[in-house]
Design a protein around this ligand. Structure first.
Ligand code: PEP
Ligand code: MG
Length: 760
């Protein structure tokens, strides 16, 4: 009954129909909305405003005013109030209700896209009718109007239902998943719980307690109590939700009893069984009622992240027997490995590090790469999922858990451990005896052509990110259309090892040029004629300083992440001679070695002026933009997106650096494990997504291409889906994500084509 009750309403009704306890309430159907609209003859007026007013913000404001000042027909008003009174009678007097929007079929996609999920909490009887009108008015948020304009959706078609439910006086609340959210394991239910209202958990304001329950036995197999420093509750005096600090013993006490957890798990199983797929469920425990009547399901929706992964990826899960957890962190590079832990705080102490040992350190930098290459797994105290350790490990195909906070303290040097990086956990002892290596298909005797025919063709190109030239042999037969980001920092720190300015000083600049050219050529020739987008160096000052002879040329910077990075460096009198060496290396590969599939990309571009200067230097060295030689810029500083029209005049394409773009859009240090844990660093944030969309639109207007080479599409299929829908030209992912991304993109494209046909 989505058309009548809206998605949320229909869903709640369905839950009730098979015996799930939801907070009692009623639904004001979409018919009521249409009645209200036609009674006041609003459709014509709304259309008029939409036609006259080109500024969407202004149109939105005017339509909302119009709706709010229109009168609800008498009989409808009575129907709503008497439904409220009946509800109040059933659950006790003086109830507060939640008034929530429930989008109908026509508008479902829009609603989730436009974040049009208006909910008014703690509404009293006198406020009810006005709040209902506010929900109706929310159909005309600026974003929703914009969306419908873009899609050509007629306003007469859109409607909305309103869900009215008793407010739960929530003692504890949270979410639960009918699979393990960290790795997609369907044998478990994972409950996240904290004190007060569920917003604290859903909004990532606290690290919740976590309870893992085995489905087959309904046994609690893991319980983690967190330090929960705040709760949100409704203050009846102030008439609003307030955040209060949780102090003392309560902060460290578990917020859910075993009995409640198991009751929740039972409900979760029922819900999953009913819908026949993994579910993501919001729940609450009422403070005033007795068990089990106090256990409520607030919302249930299909789990989309793991459920949309190709099956093969889910089944590769490794079975792990009972074990003791040493530390937990972020799963940065999937896989599992056992070995001897080596606690190393300084790379200088790594002399007796053996092949197969597990590296446990604070954070890695390029100096660590030779050690990382022979390690069987990596564990770090610091860093988020785009930190150096995370990126390098993924590329090397080594399991890595980052941001454990105390790995170097808790794990003992020489201790046998197992790193389960799919789950983000480090266990005591050796659990797996050998590394499971997948056989490449060529080793099974298939030619590259046959191999590629096994994968779907996509209109959106699938590129691969690569840093280390020598790993190309391992990946050469993967179905990618080119290298969308070649980070040269690896060639510099491992092959060249000297600071370029130092090499100039000692009269050996060609050492730099030749080795860099050799590294790039290795990749470009292996995949010829597929393109390789080589990015000029993007070390930070501290990383350049780590190169041999670097001390002398590198200043001390307080915040290298925002410092002398990227193009600002190339055009500075100090570094310019070194940048020229980078350019000469590219020229050598293209012209002397004949590898004209090599293109270049500028990282960390901030301004038009600096880019013009850097391109001038490049031209001065004889490298000019042309049909065969494309020049891209990374879109990672928001200024590039703001001025995308201007930048379009200078270059052939853009590549979204979502790692830096998320950092700079949200003002969140991408390496801060504190913010990563609390969910602040998230490339899926609507602000970041909107930027990406804007870039695609503007670049296309000027005939330029857009790609993405940050981690986001390798990690979040929903970001890939979003970008493909928005018309991105290519997506560049880590080697381990090439196949699944190609399949995913193919399926999204097919869906788009079908939708197009149906519309016709
Ligand atoms: C990015 O910022 O998304 C990116 C690809 O560049 P890096 O991670 O090397 O800064
Ligand atoms: Mg970047």
């Amino acid at each position: 009954m989505i058309d009548i009750a809206g998605g949320k309403g229909a869903n709640l009704g369905e839950l009730v129909s098979f015996g799930i306890r939801v907070p009692p309430g009623f639904i004001i159907t979409s018919k009521a909305y249409y009645y209200f609209i036609s009674h006041n003859n609003l459709n014509t007026k709304i259309k008029e405003i939409l036609d006259q007013e080109k500024d969407v913000e202004e149109a939105s404001k005017r339509i909302k005013e119009l709706i709010l000042k229109s009168k609800i027909p008498e009989d409808l008003e009575q129907a709503i109030l008497s439904a409220y009174d009946e509800l109040a009678k059933r659950v006790g007097t003086e109830i507060l209700v939640a008034v929530r929007s429930s989008a109908t079929a026509e508008d479902l996609e829009n609603a989730s896209f436009a974040g049009q999920q208006d909910t008014y909490l703690n509404v009293t009887r006198p406020e009810l009718l006005n709040n209902v009108k506010m929900v109706w008015a929310s159909l005309f948020n600026a974003r929703a109007i914009e969306y419908r304009r873009a899609k050509g959706i007629d306003v007469e078609k859109v409607g909305i239902a309103v869900v009215v439910q008793k407010m739960v006086n929530s003692r504890s609340a949270g979410v639960m998943f009918t699979l393990h959210p960290a790795n997609g394991d369907r044998n478990f239910i994972v409950i996240e719980s904290s004190w007060g209202l569920g917003e604290a958990v859903v909004g990532g304001k606290v690290t919740p307690d976590e309870i893992v329950i085995e489905k087959s036995t309904l046994r609690i197999v893991e319980k983690r109590t967190s330090h929960k420093t705040l709760k949100i509750y409704y203050d009846r005096v102030q008439k609003r939700n307030v955040e209060v600090e949780v102090k003392g013993e309560e902060a460290d006490r578990i917020s859910l009893t075993d009995e409640e957890a198991i009751e929740l798990a039972k409900l979760a199983l029922k819900i999953e069984e009913h819908y026949g797929r993994p579910m993501d469920i919001e729940w609450a425990i009422d403070a005033d009622m007795k068990f089990p009547d106090n256990v409520f399901i607030v919302q249930a929706r299909a789990e989309t992240f793991w459920s949309s992964k190709p099956k093969a990826q889910q089944e590769k899960e490794v079975e792990v027997p009972e074990r003791k957890v040493l530390v937990k962190g972020l799963p940065a590079s999937p896989g599992i490995a056992s070995g001897r832990a080596r606690i190393l705080l300084d790379v200088k102490d790594a002399k007796d590090f053996q092949k197969g040992d597990i590296l446990v350190t604070k954070m890695t930098d390029p100096d660590w790469v030779p050690i990382m290459k022979i390690a069987s797994a990596i564990v770090t105290d610091e860093g988020g999922i785009t930190s150096h350790a995370a990126i390098v490990s993924r590329e090397l195909g080594i399991p890595a858990v980052v941001g454990t906070k105390e790995g170097t303290k808790v794990i003992k040097d020489g201790q046998d451990i197992t790193v389960d990086a799919t789950r983000g956990v480090v266990y005591e002892g050796r659990i797996v005896t050998e590394k499971v290596e997948e056989k490449p298909a060529t080793a099974q005797g298939l030619s590259r052509d046959i191999l590629l025919s096994l994968y779907p063709v996509t209109g959106t190109k699938i590129y691969m990110n690569l840093g280390q030239p020598d790993v190309i042999e391992k990946y050469v037969d993967l179905p990618f259309d080119g290298i969308g980001l070649m980070r040269i920092e690896f060639i510099v720190s491992e092959w060249i090892r000297y600071h370029p300015l130092y090499l100039i000083k000692i009269g050996k600049p060609e050492e730099f040029v030749n080795k860099l050219a050799e590294g790039v050529a290795r990749v470009a020739s292996a995949i010829y004629p597929r393109p390789v987008v080589v990015r000029f160096s993007d070390f930070k000052t501290n990383e350049y300083k780590g190169l041999i002879g670097g001390e002398e040329f590198e200043p001390e910077e307080r915040n290298p992440m925002l410092g002398w990075r990227g193009v600002s460096r190339y055009i500075s009198p100090q570094y310019e001679p070194a940048f020229r060496l980078e350019v000469r290396a590219i020229k050598k590969v293209r012209e002397e070695m004949g590898l004209n599939n090599v293109w270049v990309m500028f990282p960390f571009v901030r301004t038009l002026t600096e880019l013009r200067k850097a391109m001038k230097i490049m031209e001065d060295e004889g490298l000019e933009r042309g049909k065969n030689f494309k020049v891209w810029v990374m879109a990672e500083v928001p200024s590039v997106i703001m001025l995308a029209d201007e930048f379009s005049r200078l270059v052939d394409g853009f590549s979204i650096g979502s790692n830096d773009l998320a950092q700079l859009t949200l003002g969140v240090d991408r390496d801060s494990e504190i913010l990563a844990r609390t969910g602040y660093y998230d490339e899926r944030d609507p602000a970041v997504l909107r930027s990406m969309r804007k870039l695609i639109r503007v670049a296309h207007k000027y005939g330029r291409t857009v790609s993405i080479c940050g981690q986001a599409p390798s990690v979040y299929p929903e970001v890939t889906e979003f970008l493909v829908k928005e018309g991105i030209d290519s997506v560049s992912v880590n080697p381990d994500a090439v196949i699944s991304t190609r399949r995913l993109v193919a399926s999204i494209e097919q869906k788009l084509m079908l939708q197009g046909l149906r519309r016709k």
